[in-house]
Design a protein around this ligand. Structure first.
Ligand code: R5P
Length: 261
């Protein structure tokens, strides 16, 4: 790995633990004003000191994060569809690499939609993005999207998607946690981080998911709603950090959450 690529990746996946707590706030790129992200700045700012990296679009970066902040940016560069449109998977590359460099990003992120009508298009988007980003030393995060069909989050589908992302040159991949998650890790030669998915019933549930994922080989989380849709987002991200970086059990981490709250 070239120096710039390695350096950028090390800003996200911390060499001390080999793990990361990425904060995902890119949801508006297809969901519009998501619950608790309507005023993105007020949600993001208190959480910044506890995030290893921030995943978002250029629009929310420019309007809602001060450039003086020392936070690695993972820039979402795919989109083009909305939750009310015909097909969520009909995505293209929405941001050029010149813009990514101008914004001093540590990585760029793009969704692939395996098994959909736009599978080929989104996989070729990934390959093109790797071709554009690699010469600049910028890592590419591939997101294994499932569109509206959350039921697709099983080991067979996610292993397939993660492996294809790695084969096409992604630097790391974001997927969902599922039963037999270790099988996804075993067959994927690049680091995997997990998305949180829709808000779970309790914070304890989300901590357990993060714990099980890292125990089975994930390099951390790229979590959004289970942090900032919690009534206590800062205590929650502190607890997630304890699980990911300190290897705490869900019970121990939940005590941190309860105390900090
Ligand atoms: C979804 O399309 C976005 O890429 C999110 O960044 C991702 O789903 C992670 O956020 P959450 O933990 O809320 O699922």
């Amino acid at each position: 790995m070239d120096w710039g690529m390695k350096n950028r990746l090390s800003r996200i996946i911390k060499p001390e633990t080999g793990r990361t707590v990425m904060l995902a706030v890119d949801h508006g790129y297809f969901l519009g004003p998501t619950n608790k992200l309507e005023d993105a700045r007020s949600t993001i700012v208190p959480l910044l000191p506890y995030a290893d990296a921030l995943m978002l679009t250029r629009g929310i970066l420019r309007t809602s994060v001060d450039p003086e902040k020392d936070i690695p940016i993972v820039l979402r560069v795919s989109g083009g569809s909305s939750i009310i449109g015909k097909d969520l998977s009909n995505e293209g590359i929405t941001t050029c690499m010149e813009e990514a460099v101008r914004l001093n990003v540590s990585a760029v992120a793009l969704s692939i939609f395996v098994g959909t009508d736009y599978e080929s298009q989104t996989l070729r988007n990934l390959a093109s993005l790797v071709d554009l980003a690699q010469p600049l030393g910028i890592p590419v995060l591939a997101v294994t999207a499932v569109g509206k069909e959350l039921g697709k989050r099983d080991v067979r589908f996610l292993s397939l998607s993660c492996r294809i992302a790695a084969e096409l040159g992604a630097s790391y991949v974001k997927t969902y946690y599922c039963d037999e998650f270790e099988k996804i890790v075993e067959s994927c030669p690049i680091p995997i981080v997990i998305a949180g998915g829709p808000k779970l019933e309790t914070e304890r549930d989300a901590l357990e998911m993060a714990h099980d994922a890292v125990e089975k080989g994930a390099a951390g989380v790229d979590m959004g709603r289970n942090i900032w849709q919690s009534p206590h987002p800062v205590p929650m991200i502190k607890a997630v950090r304890a699980v990911v970086h300190q290897g705490m059990s869900p019970e121990e981490a939940h005590q941190i959450f309860a105390k900090s709250k």
